[in-house]
Write a protein that binds this ligand. Structure first.
Ligand SMILES: C[S@@+](CC[C@H](N)C(=O)[O-])C[C@H]1O[C@@H](n2cnc3c(N)ncnc32)[C@H](O)[C@@H]1O
Length: 320
């Protein structure tokens, strides 16, 4: 094994078996997640699923073809839903990030409807990637002296449609009754002089609401700075995990981990993580990023004689 982990993992082993600096395990599997979640995870062991599946928009991924007939795609989303259903804990949260093409803006809702066959849609969060803010709305105390336009979006090459500057994060739970830690991702009160009468004001923050402004950082070279055609920023999964309630999170799953922002979020938060992708190049980039953030190869599990296999974290198996 090299210092950065195995280059060609043995069959049945994870692509990367790492520990975060705080010691929590991070496993990346190079396989189809619909099969892998059944094979690698104990039933009902995952507290938070946060993921962005392919949207069937003809995006040019490396190993996956993103242009199936729509009905076939929806059936596949149904199989993803069933796989998550097996893995998710009774009080778990399933955050599903989906965007749609300009010519069919209702498509994310058809995906949500398919998942809603088994789960309750508890919240709809709008991931805002770019926004224009009038100076007048910011107030004098902001110090801002002109209107602001912040963030990036992919321009639409048609006079019929507006540029797409947002996507959805559908928050599903089993029964719509999962209490959230809203203040864990709260925003500071603008004026704190009058807030003691509000519940939760002790933390000095209020609920952020269901519009999340999460701009992509400005990059110079996509091939090196963000080598994935449909990646989300790590702040997105981080916010989802914290919203669910960090103290209740024993395992996070991303079935479509790409270059690893959700693994990065788990590392920062010190929670166990398992991710899957069918594309080895993306996993290599995810592993490289995790190493640069201080992840280290996990020590092989110690197997004392006449005892059963050691398990690194509840619900998480590193191999056969
Ligand atoms: C929208 S991207 C997710 C990107 C990821 N959130 C990121 O920020 O890098 C979808 C990913 O799913 C992967 N994929 C497609 N089908 C898969 C499957 N059946 N199992 C696992 N991964 C799959 C693709 O290779 C692609 O990286």
């Amino acid at each position: 094994m090299s210092a950065r982990g195995p280059r060609n993992p043995a069959p049945g082993s994870p692509y990367a078996n790492l520990n975060s600096p705080s010691g929590s395990p991070i496993l990346l599997w190079h396989e189809d997640s619909l099969a892998g979640t059944r094979l690698r995870l104990r039933p009902k062991s995952v507290d938070v699923v946060v993921t962005s599946p392919p949207y069937n928009l003809g995006v040019r991924y490396g190993a996956y073809r993103d242009d199936r007939p729509f009905e076939e795609y929806l059936a596949w989303i149904g199989r993803l839903r069933d796989a998550v259903d097996l893995a998710l804990a009774p009080q778990g949260s399933f955050f599903l990030n989906v965007g749609g093409p300009p010519r069919d803006p209702g498509r994310p809702w058809r995906v949500a409807q398919e998942v809603g066959e088994r789960f309750v849609l508890q919240n709809v969060i709008h991931w805002v990637k770019s926004i224009a803010l009038p100076q007048s709305a910011l107030g004098r105390s902001s110090g801002v002296t002109r209107d602001l336009a912040v963030g990036h979006y992919k321009p639409v090459n048609s006079p019929r449609y507006l540029h797409g500057a947002h996507e959805y994060i559908f928050h599903f739970t089993r029964h719509g009754d999962v209490a959230l830690d809203r203040l864990a991702i709260g925003v500071p009160y603008q004026d704190t002089s009058n807030v003691t009468r509000w519940r939760g004001a002790g933390r000095g923050v209020r609920c952020r609401g269901n519009t999340w402004f999460l701009p992509y950082p400005t990059i110079r070279y996509r091939r090196t700075d963000r080598p994935h055609p449909a990646s989300f920023p790590p702040e997105l999964p981080e916010r989802c995990v914290r919203l669910h309630g960090l103290s209740r999170v024993r395992l996070v799953l991303d079935p479509f981990v790409g270059i690893g922002p959700s693994a990065e979020a788990a590392l920062r938060l010190g929670v166990p993580f398992v991710g899957f992708d069918v594309d080895e190049a993306y996993l290599a980039e995810a592993r490289r990023r995790l190493h640069s953030l201080g992840a280290v190869p996990a020590a092989p599990p110690v197997r004392p004689r006449r005892s059963r296999r050691a398990s690194p974290a509840r619900g998480l198996s590193p191999g056969p």
